[in-house]
Design a protein around this ligand. Structure first.
Ligand SMILES: Nc1nc2c(ncn2[C@@H]2O[C@H](COP(=O)(O)OP(=O)(O)OP(=O)(O)O)[C@@H](O)[C@H]2O)c(=O)[nH]1
Length: 447
């Protein structure tokens, strides 16, 4: 089953490499049909902390204000052995083994897209893959935190922009929503719950995560919510205790933080009975398991979509023809080959191997003679008319030997009346030839 998630991860990487980011892509999109987990919540609710805990690594930028300003598509790949490393899609040949450098690159790449303005967000995702023996296979998307008001320097539209971006990810039926709510705030004010309820009213694909349990007021606890009494979701809530800002400042490492989290749940009397299904480690495993189930149920749909897409693309590819050579010699050869093929097809039409040439014959055999016959030559060349024309050509001096001038007039007037049918025949042949050229172009294939 694990290899199934790894396979979906690979397909997602291929989608990204081919520019398929879902809706709006120029190609039929496969990305939207692949399941992924999006992390949503209000600003500073602990989204990045949850992600880092699941990965077990420090690698996300931290600070005040909107830190996550572009969607981060994070793919976790489990490797059997070896040192862990990270790779960005925009830097395909570079392996990062220093995770502080990963954090810096996320920050730099965010700035590259948003023009170094810390108040601006962008919908263009950053793709990061982490390969490690300590992760479960998962695809997670970190999104900017939802806010309620634009603060100093932020554009007025920022609140709506962030909401729209988050909604565009989580409204897709294949998106699993990881709704992060801080336990030290009333759940009724949770941005994550509000938006996830809008797009998934039955809670079929929403997982509730409660952060900052350690920061709750004395005398209060999150047991009601964690046991599903406060706000019922289809899947049980998971509580986590991430590193505090002070821990981050003191560089408390993730292994120590995970151990402390485990101890916290196991030792506190309120949560001890729930400790088996609390914490980031449990969350990671549970999400991976759920993803497996979702992928399994989608396999038939994915298979038929892939088959359909392949056949559509193959049809388009065959319509586009062979690839064009890059060098001048190759291009010239190809043009010559096309001309030769066209010449051959055109000739076949004229010679009768293919249809068309007989129409030209019919113009000269039927249309032209019939039109000539319709001309009234007998009237034109009647004795009276011939006499009249010859006499008129003589003027006041009657001819002595040959009435040449008169004959000339006779021939000229005959030629004038032939002109109409002759031109009509030329036009007919011209239009037949044009049709044959179009037909031959359509039928020319480079053999
Ligand atoms: N004590 C404690 N502090 C936490 C916990 N979770 C997060 N924090 C702190 O809360 C602050 C915000 O956490 P982040 O993980 O950066 O929040 P975020 O939602 O990713 O923030 P944005 O991306 O800016 O929206 C940080 O200082 C964390 O150390 C927790 O469970 N306990």
């Amino acid at each position: 089953m694990e290899s199934l998630i790894a396979l979906v991860n690979k397909i997602q990487r291929a989608c990204t490499a081919l520019g398929d980011h879902g809706e709006g892509s120029s190609l039929p999109t496969l990305w939207d049909s692949l399941p992924a987990i999006a992390v949503v919540g209000g600003q500073s609710s602990g989204k990045s902390s949850v992600l880092e805990s699941v990965v077990g690594k420090d690698f996300l930028p931290r600070g005040a204000g909107i830190v996550t300003r572009r969607p981060l598509v994070l793919q976790l790949h489990r490797i059997d052995e070896g040192k862990e490393y990270a790779e960005f899609m925009h830097l395909p040949k570079k392996k990062f083994s220093d995770f502080a450098a990963v954090r810096q690159e996320i920050s730099d790449e965010t700035d590259r897209e948003t023009g170094r303005c810390s108040k601006v967000i962008s919908t263009v995702p950053i793709h990061l893959s982490i390969f490690s023996p300590n992760v479960v296979n998962l695809t997670l998307v970190d999104l900017p935190g939802l806010t309620k008001v634009a603060v100093d320097g932020q554009p007025e539209s920022i609140v709506q922009d962030i909401e729209n971006m988050v909604r565009s990810f989580i409204e897709k039926p294949n998106c699993i929503i990881l709704a992060i709510s801080p336990a030290n705030q009333d759940l009724a004010t949770s941005d994550a719950i509000k938006i996830s309820r809008e797009v998934d009213p039955k809670g079929d694909r929403t997982f509730g995560v409660l952060t900052k349990i350690d920061l709750m007021d004395q005398g209060t606890n999150a047991v009601d919510i964690l046991e599903g009494r406060g706000y019922k979701l289809r899947y049980p809530w998971v509580g986590v205790v991430n590193r505090s800002q002070a821990d981050i400042n003191k560089s408390v490492d993730m292994i120590a933080a995970r151990r402390r989290e485990r101890d916290y749940f196991q030792s506190s009397p309120e949560y001890r009975h729930l400790s088996e299904r609390m914490g980031s480690e449990y969350l990671g495993k549970m999400l991976s398991k759920h993803l497996e189930v979702v992928i399994k149920s989608r396999i038939p749909g994915l298979q038929s979509l892939i088959t359909k897409t392949i056949s559509e693309l193959e049809t388009e590819l065959s319509r586009l023809g062979k690839p064009v050579a890059a060098d001048a010699g190759g291009k010239l050869y190809m043009i010559m080959e096309i001309c030769r093929a066209f010449d051959q097809t055109f000739k076949e039409h004229l010679d009768g191997t293919r249809s068309g040439g007989e129409k030209i014959n019919s113009v000269f055999d039927n249309q032209f003679p019939a039109a000539i016959k319709r001309l009234q030559f007998d009237k034109h060349l009647s004795m009276d008319n011939v006499r009249k024309l010859i006499t008129e050509a003589d003027g006041y001096q009657p001819h002595l030997i040959a009435p040449e001038q008169g004959y000339r007039r006779l021939i000229e007037s005959c030629l004038v009346s032939i002109r109409g049918p002759a031109e009509a025949a030329v036009d007919a042949v011209h239009s037949i030839l044009k049709d044959l050229i179009h037909k031959s172009i359509g039928e020319t294939s480079v053999r």
